[in-house]
Design a protein around this ligand. Structure first.
Ligand code: ADP
Length: 393
């Protein structure tokens, strides 16, 4: 009850409580890594850093999206020249796309008029951020950046609890009370068991156009000492550059061509990705099937969509050979004979044989991590239509 995820001060910790409050994404979403961008207060360039990180990673060949969790001060759509309202269907809400393909969801894209203020209270705001994760279709995203609301209050806490963030980047500027802000952010990340990837110091200096000298307009910052004290890394220092604010005002931040966040992006690239390769055997009607001559084998991965598709297996060894070659971890099929089951076990391939129905939706459910669906499928009776109220079994 009233859990804030901090077990150290909790009297109920012995009761085997479940502190994982993460919400499931939309069933059509696939997101590999989620990076939170946080700051102590508004105006230090958190949105600027989020926008640059996303567009730099996009230029490196990754498909990126930005979840603008700064509900009351949304600035991401404007920086990417995205206007108008987001579209949706019964399946979910689609993020809007910039000219260069950046996917964005923001409270700004839900307002009737761009100039309307967002006047919602805390719980509504937190609920909306949650929905940006559960209801929005983040399709095939390599890196999803979350532009967090400033501070370490209620809304950021809810975001961290409901969205499984893989790491955070802390944005500061030299004139801030850096020590306190870094300490707060590090403590919050510790509480939520999230890795602090490092610090980006924005507005660190101005570079003289004539001689290239770096002038520290806000004085010399003590970011290195602070970072050392909290055992975090200073990844990059960004200058004040009028082209950044001009391009952002013009809705064309993606055209900024300097690589100001190289170390941070290298760090993001080095983050390990959990890969899961899932294969499904299906018959000619696209239903999950047993091992039969005409069966199709489709292999999917959480990293790439469809990897390979095979057909016409004469021998069990052909099938198992292909599964091994494709480094398949899980096979979805039904009614397999004992010999095949043993071969799969020998190869260390997990068998999921309790699913029925169209292979595509079974697979999608499986990849989204829908354990309930698995339980449901196992508990179904023969010829079950799912309506227990009229069932006499
Ligand atoms: P936050 O998200 O922390 O509130 P923003 O990213 O919206 O801050 O930045 C505040 C303002 O400062 C914006 O007008 C932005 O264009 C400008 N700005 C941010 N970083 C820089 C920079 N390095 N050089 C020039 N202008 C910047």
């Amino acid at each position: 009850m009233g859990c804030n995820g901090d077990c150290s001060s909790c009297s109920e910790k012995s009761k085997n409580c479940n502190t994982d409050l993460r919400e499931k994404p939309n069933r059509y979403s696939s997101v590999k890594k989620i990076i939170g961008v946080v700051s102590g207060k508004g105006g230090v360039g958190k949105s600027m850093v989020t926008a640059l990180l996303a567009s730099t990673m996009q230029k490196r060949g990754y498909k990126c999206g930005i979840l603008d969790a700064d509900i009351t001060g949304p600035s991401i759509p404007k920086m990417f020249g995205i206007h108008g309202q987001a579209r949706g269907t019964e399946e979910g809400l689609f993020p809007s796309s910039s000219k260069k393909g950046m996917k964005v969801m923001s409270s700004q894209l839900l307002l009737e008029r761009e100039t309307d203020p967002v006047v919602w209270r805390g719980p509504v705001i937190a609920g909306l951020v949650r929905q940006f994760w559960t209801d929005v279709i983040w399709d095939g995203i390599d890196y999803l950046f979350v532009d967090m609301p400033p501070g370490t209050g209620d809304v950021p806490l809810t975001v961290f609890q409901s969205i499984g963030v893989d790491g955070i980047v802390i944005v500061t500027s030299p004139q801030q009370l850096v020590s306190m802000i870094v300490e707060k952010a590090v403590k919050m990340a510790e509480m939520m068991k999230i890795e602090v990837l490092g610090i980006v110091e924005n507005m660190s200096y101005v570079e003289c156009g004539d001689c290239g000298k770096k002038i520290e307009v806000f004085g010399h910052s003590n970011i290195d000492e602070v970072a050392k004290r909290h055992k975090v890394e200073v990844l990059d220092r960004m200058p004040i550059d009028s082209r950044l604010s001009t391009l952002s005002d013009q809705g064309d931040i993606e055209s900024f061509d300097k690589d100001l966040l190289k170390n941070t992006c290298d760090k993001l690239e080095a983050l390990p990705v959990n890969v899961l390769n899932v294969a499904v055997l299906m018959n000619k009607d696209g239903e999950v099937s047993s091992f039969e001559k005409e069966a199709n084998l489709n292999v999917y991965s959480t990293v790439k969509r469809m990897v390979i598709s095979g057909k016409g297996f004469n021998e069990i060894t052909d099938l198992v050979g292909l599964l091994k070659e494709c480094k398949v971890h899980v096979l979805i099929a039904k009614e397999l004979n004992n010999q095949l089951k043993q071969e799969l076990e020998k190869a260390g391939i997990l068998l999921r044989d309790s699913y029925n129905g169209p292979a595509q939706s079974v697979l999608r459910d499986y990849l989204v991590g829908s354990e309930e669906k698995e339980d449901e499928a196992t508990s179904k009776c023969d010829g079950c239509d799912g309506d227990c109220s009229s069932c006499n079994k």
